[in-house]
Write a protein that binds this ligand. Structure first.
Ligand code: FAD
Length: 446
């Protein structure tokens, strides 16, 4: 019997498994897909492979950078100074330096002053809990004014949250400001310092897997869990194909809805709480191009008529040589669960996205497109709504002594990134540790 079974071999499950193994536990990770990595995993586009969704590493991602060192990839880190764009009423603007900010025509001098004060003020806030009491829009309107909210903040919020932007609490925008503000480092021309590992997550994930396995973690891919049951002396995990695994404890790292569906023995209240967490989804076409676009790593879009919420030109950071000399662009579209776009075919999403991009860059032709693909994920980010951490955030412990939940919905004031995911895994490994040595259930909260 393995001591701990972890459901889900995304970054969270892998790092949690590694840390628990380093504490001396027997760990088996069960991943439904044929390879580990979940949202961070890579896929083919044309004749190259790169992340299905865009990923960037910031200088402040200390947990991630130290994991990259730990798995032996420190010398494969690449850094660059990137620029940020804004696309407003058919015009591209740079928003990459203080000078760009001062020149930015869509805002008056007073509006710029108030916007700057908002960013500075937010970056100094330490107690994010108070910010959970108000919506981001209310809070930003108070500090920046309605016009700036419409011109800048709402597009930014929509680029992460789609139609859920109006529901988010101020704690969410605070987390984004702190993350963005921290990316600017003196000495790098005021531009944002961003990085990646040569080869992308297609290099990181196999190295992480190998490191975990060398430490003694068992990893089973292609094991889709269909049910988790509490028994008298432990728990049992049932696989979709009839496999059964006896374990002392099970830790689910899947989204809340999946955790609820997999554990029928949870109480009615636990099911209700898990099901009330609102998830944001994303469809994300990406294109391999023969030419670069505008050289902005991220472009925020204020035009609501475009079928995506931002443009990520990955090769504004990543050396195109990594991608056979081509240029890689993602057009993320964040969606609510009931959005009709989920029903569209990949071909239609890719086509609509490319036509939208051509509206922004009129000299982009069909001949410039070498290949495309579409990635989708329904449960990407638990929306940080008002009073989220008190009312909705699921605790790690459940009423079943052998079953715990550790998932990204427990990152109350996060922006969805790997660094936070690793921090959660590390926190959970030490929080869960006392209960793992006995059959006594630990009382755990995220
Ligand atoms: C569009 C997008 C852009 C992003 N950009 C960045 C970025 O720039 N920088 C950054 O640091 N991070 C970024 N991220 C975030 C990063 O990818 C996530 O934080 C991280 O991958 C989350 O890992 P996880 O393990 O929590 O979740 P997941 O990756 O979702 O892992 C859950 C795993 O559980 C498995 N699973 C589910 N159900 C079952 C079952 N029944 N049985 C067995 N296995 C199951 C799934 O297959 C999956 O592998 C981005 C994410 C997206 C979607």
């Amino acid at each position: 019997m393995t001591e701990i079974g972890i459901v889900g071999g995304g970054v969270l499950g892998l790092v949690l498994g590694l840390r628990l193994r380093q504490q001396g536990h027997e760990v088996t990770i069960l991943e439904g897909e044929q390879s580990v990595g979940g949202l961070a995993s890579a896929d083919s586009i044309g004749d190259v492979r790169w992340d299905r969704f865009y990923h960037v590493i910031l200088g402040r991602d200390r947990q991630l950078l130290s994991l990259i060192e730990e798995i032996g990839l420190g010398d494969r880190m690449r850094w660059g100074a990137t620029r940020t764009g804004f696309y407003v009423d058919g015009t591209w603007y740079s928003m990459s330096s203080a000078l760009d900010f001062l020149r930015f025509p869509p805002l008056s001098l007073l509006q710029k002053f108030r916007l700057g004060a908002t960013i500075l003020g937010a970056s100094r806030v330490r107690d994010w809990r108070a910010l959970e009491e108000v919506t981001a829009i209310e809070w930003l309107t108070r500090w920046s004014g309605r016009a700036t909210v419409e011109a800048i903040w709402l597009p930014l919020l929509r680029s992460k949250l789609g139609p859920n932007a109006e529901e988010a609490s101020a704690a969410f925008i605070w987390a984004i400001i702190v993350r963005m503000y921290g990316a600017r480092q003196p000495g790098i021309q005021q531009h944002e310092a961003m990085g990646y590992v040569a080869g992308g997550y297609d290099t990181i994930l196999p190295a992480l897997r190998q490191h975990a396995e060398q430490a003694g973690v068992h990893i089973r891919t292609g094991f889709r869990v269909s049910e988790v049951r509490q028994l008298n002396d432990g728990a049992v995990v049932l696989g979709r194909h009839g496999e059964i695994l006896d374990v002392g404890r099970v830790i689910l790292t899947t989204p809340c809805g999946t955790a609820s569906a997999l554990c029928p023995q949870l109480s009615t209240e636990e099911h209700a709480r898990l099901r009330r967490v609102v998830y944001q989804g994303v469809v994300c076409p990406s294109y391999l191009l023969k030419r670069p676009l505008k050289g902005y790593y991220v472009t925020n879009i204020t035009d609501r008529g475009l079928p995506f919420t931002g443009v990520i030109e990955t090769t504004a950071l990543v050396n195109p040589a990594e991608l056979g000399g081509r240029h890689l662009v993602y057009l993320p579209r964040y969606l609510a669960q009931d959005d009709p776009v989920w029903g569209m075919s990949d071909a239609d999403i890719a086509e609509e996205g490319f036509r939208g991009l051509q509206r922004m860059i009129p000299d982009l032709t069909d001949k410039d497109r070498v290949a495309h693909r579409v990635a989708r994920a329904r449960d990407v980010l638990a929306v940080s709504t008002r009073r989220y951490s008190a009312d909705l955030m699921p605790p790690m412990s459940t009423s079943l002594p052998g079953v715990s939940i550790v998932n990204s919905a427990q990152i109350a004031h996060g922006t969805l990134n790997v660094d936070e995911t690793i921090a959660l895994a590390t926190r959970a490994a030490s929080a869960l540790a006392p209960g793992l040595h006995s059959n006594t259930p630990a009382v755990l909260h995220a």
